[in-house]
Design a protein around this ligand. Structure first.
Ligand code: NAD
Ligand code: DAU
Length: 350
């Protein structure tokens, strides 16, 4: 347990859940949440912690070297989540991804080394490993798989992983890297497939399914991811990489049909649209290392129950996502989803 923990990106999807998780499970830890409040950061998510004496929110950019150096004073450990996180946005404009994910990570590493922080956990992604084929279901990403990022987002995360590795090797920073699969749960920004599809269906709109819908993602509930990050923070080996997943591969079509079923809608709500450029076909995570070494296993991702309770959260929290969908996000949303060309119909089996 660390007395003072600096979390970056704590107002985003995973950050919000992680800050809450730490406040609940480590009541003596003082959490400092550093977030610039980009389009996907929402300070309201944690408004109820405002008067908590062991929680401090700092509105700052991780690329601001002076601020990061000052903030790092007295900090025992860092969990770095802040990022540009959406693949489709990285295809429209890569530059913000290089700025925050690469330069921002290096800025934090410099500050952490200077302040002699005792542990630095870098939250990365399985997307750095690239894509697996549907024809070889036995293959999964393990920690030694080659780094073969395909999207600009994944490339920027891979670059940040290499910088963390270098800071450990060259400057002796006690750092770990986590690579998790696709998360789902409360507070996810409605540009990612599950909250986008659920909120569209709640609004009586169709859902834009890319390509043939057979791309596979390996889904984990965000609470399981938070528990795993905490395990790495407290028990991870310096310099190690840990994959995190819940053995839960689903095609996008299967996921979509499950969401339709939960919300009582039919296939006519599916709109087959043009595929994502360079769309990775399949992700699948081998998380046996973290199970073996840190005794962590996913316990909250059971399918479809965990998906059902997530859908329920969006049903109950319409004010949260309606505010987002009616704001500045609207322009991006319309460009990418509402006006996306319809694809030639494909016959796909779940
Ligand atoms: P998100 O987009 O919901 O949240 C990102 C947060 O970072 C926001 O609060 C944003 O305001 C903040 N931020 C962005 N730029 C910043 C900057 N320059 N300075 C300070 N704060 C900044 O993303 P998320 O889905 O919660 O992902 C969090 C992390 O987890 C990312 O590093 C992502 O790569 C990684 N990850 C996500 C998933 C997933 O399925 N969502 C899976 C594996 C790994
Ligand atoms: O694997 C971990 C990664 O998961 C994280 O590193 C990323 O930050 C996170 O955004 C997520 O990336 P994906 O690209 O897999 O997530 P997304 O929700 O954007 O898309 C999931 C799948 O759904 C993908 O195959 C594309 C498809 N999709 C997505 C959208 C937004 C659609 O078919 N239609 C859509 O409108």
């Amino acid at each position: 347990m660390f007395a003072k923990l600096l979390i970056t990106g704590g107002c985003g999807f995973i950050g919000t859940n992680f800050v809450r998780h730490v406040r609940r499970s480590r009541p003596h830890t003082h959490v400092v949440n550093v977030d610039v409040l980009s389009y996907s950061g929402n300070a309201d998510n944690l408004a109820d912690l405002r008067d908590d004496p062991r929680y401090t929110f700092v509105h700052a950019d991780i690329c601001d070297a002076e601020r990061m150096r000052a903030l790092m004073t007295g900090v025992h450990a860092v969990v770095h989540l802040a990022a540009e996180s959406h693949v489709d946005r990285s295809i429209l404009d890569t530059r913000p991804f290089i700025r925050t994910n690469v330069l921002g990570t290096q800025t934090l590493l410099d500050a952490a080394v200077a302040a002699r922080v005792r542990r630095f956990v870098h939250v990365s992604t399985d997307e750095v490993y690239g894509s697996l084929s549907l024809d070889r279901p036995e293959l999964r990403f393990h920690e030694d798989s080659p780094i073969r990022p395909n999207s600009p987002y994944a490339a920027s995360k891979a670059a940040s992983d290499m910088l963390v590795r270098a800071a450990h090797h060259t400057f002796g920073l006690d750092a770990c890297i986590t690579r998790c699969s696709n998360n789902f749960g409360p507070y996810q920004f409605p540009e990612k497939v599950i909250p986008l599809f659920v909120t569209n269906l709640l609004e009586g709109k169709q859902v834009p399914l890319y390509g043939d819908g057979l791309n596979v993602r390996d889904w984990i509930h965000v609470e399981d991811h938070c528990e795993a990050i905490l395990a790495v923070l407290e028990r991870g080996k310096a310099g190690a990489v840990y994959n995190i997943g819940a053995d839960n591969e689903r095609s996008n079509l299967e996921l979509t049909r499950t969401l339709l079923h939960i919300l009582g809608k039919g296939d006519e709500f599916i709109r087959h649209v043009e595929d994502r450029l360079g769309h990775d076909r399949r992700y699948a995570i081998d998380s046996s290392k973290i199970a073996r070494e840190l005794d962590w296993r996913a316990t909250r991702s059971a399918w479809p129950d965990a998906l059902f309770s997530t859908v329920n959260w969006y049903v109950k929290n319409t004010d949260w996502w309606r505010r987002i969908k009616s704001g500045a996000y609207r322009e991006f949303h319309d460009k990418l989803y509402e006006n996306r060309p319809v694809a030639t119909p494909v016959r796909a089996n779940a």
